[in-house]
Design a protein around this ligand. Structure first.
Ligand code: CA
Ligand code: CA
Ligand code: CA
Length: 326
């Protein structure tokens, strides 16, 4: 740019500034408001970056897991305050944890500890709904929503497109797998209360099988085992010393090892062995999908909750398959 051109630009700029300063008086209040809003939205944007940092941290820790043959509650991703509690990034921090009652666990949640709504047999869904005090007729409307056919009686008293097309705002049955837990609200009979009851115990991700090393008590009960069986598993996982994450913890590398080790440790009833072998093909010892529940905190009190789901093929790359911030 030549000297004279930049000189005339300066003149124009001065004129603009002069005009703006006249308008500026009336705009003063508005500008102050805008600055406030800009500050808030900058904080929002930064919090979004922290969300990404949280997921990046989850991926880093998942990749540190060296036990590729099995996933357990002792793994680096499962319970690890050092990696997941109040990680500071400038004025912000994030924590990755999940909470049951008072108990906070700093770690990821594998999908294979829960019942998969897309693939579980109706018998398992019926048990689960009964345990959670949900009308078991709803397993029929759920399965009709997912199954490919338009037969509303092949799982019981169900509902297909014919029902949904007669609603005031008509739509069709999905006839395919659920992709988001809130999709349940489209299904006949489901309410927000029911979805909230189900949410902690179900998943839509992963293989559809149950990881014997991570399965929750409710998951075992949904398969048809008793609460006392679930207690046996909890004691077995802690080992003789009753302390988590020590040498003697019960970790299994196969279904057969689960049955023999648990039988040796706690003693299994005949019906427990029968139920386990009936579902033999429903079990595995690794997990493939992981929930990241991150909580972002800043000194400006912008708090954000992030939920993401990571799909990991052991030893390979991680794929983010779900992301929700609020
Ligand atoms: Ca259907
Ligand atoms: Ca059907
Ligand atoms: Ca132990």
């Amino acid at each position: 740019m030549t000297h004279s051109k930049s000189g005339s630009l300066l003149v124009i700029l001065l004129w603009i500034l002069a005009i703006l300063s006249v308008i500026g008086v009336s705009l003063g209040y508005r500008v102050a408001l805008d600055i406030k809003l800009t500050k808030a939205s900058t904080a929002e944007t930064k919090a979004s970056y922290i969300s990404r940092a949280a997921v990046a941290q989850a991926i880093t820790v998942l990749k540190k897991d060296k036990t590729l043959s099995h996933d357990t509650l002792n793994d680096v991703w499962a319970n690890n305050p050092g990696e997941f509690e109040e990680k500071m990034l400038g004025l912000y921090s994030f924590s990755i944890f999940h909470q049951e009652g008072e108990k906070k666990t700093y770690g990821l949640i594998d999908a294979e500890r829960a019942i998969n709504l897309n693939t579980a047999p109706q018998e398992v869904l019926n048990n689960l709904f009964e345990i959670l005090d949900i009308d078991t007729d709803l397993t029929a409307t759920l399965l009709d929503w997912i199954d490919e056919d338009d037969d509303d009686r092949n799982h019981g008293r169900g509902a297909e497109t014919e029902h949904y097309e007669n609603l005031r705002k008509p739509y069709k049955a999905k006839n395919g797998p659920l992709e988001n837990i809130n999709e349940l609200l489209l299904i006949k009979g489901f309410t927000p209360e029911i979805v909230a009851k189900l949410n902690p115990h179900v998943t839509l991700y992963g293989t559809g099988q149950i990881n014997l090393n991570t399965a929750s008590p409710i998951t075992f009960e949904a398969i048809g085992l008793s609460p006392s069986f679930a207690e046996k598993v909890a004691r077995f996982r802690l080992g003789d010393d009753g302390i988590w994450n020590t040498e003697d913890d019960g970790i299994v590398l196969s279904f057969d090892e689960f049955v023999t080790s648990l039988d040796r440790f706690e003693g299994l009833e005949g019906n427990e062995k029968n139920t386990l072998s009936k579902f033999k093909n429903f079990f595995r010892v690794t997990s493939t999908a992981f929930y990241v529940q991150a909580h972002i905190i800043s000194s400006l009190h912008v708090e954000k909750d992030l939920k993401a789901v990571l799909l990991i093929e052991k030893g390979k790359d991680v794929e983010v398959i779900y992301w929700h911030e609020n």
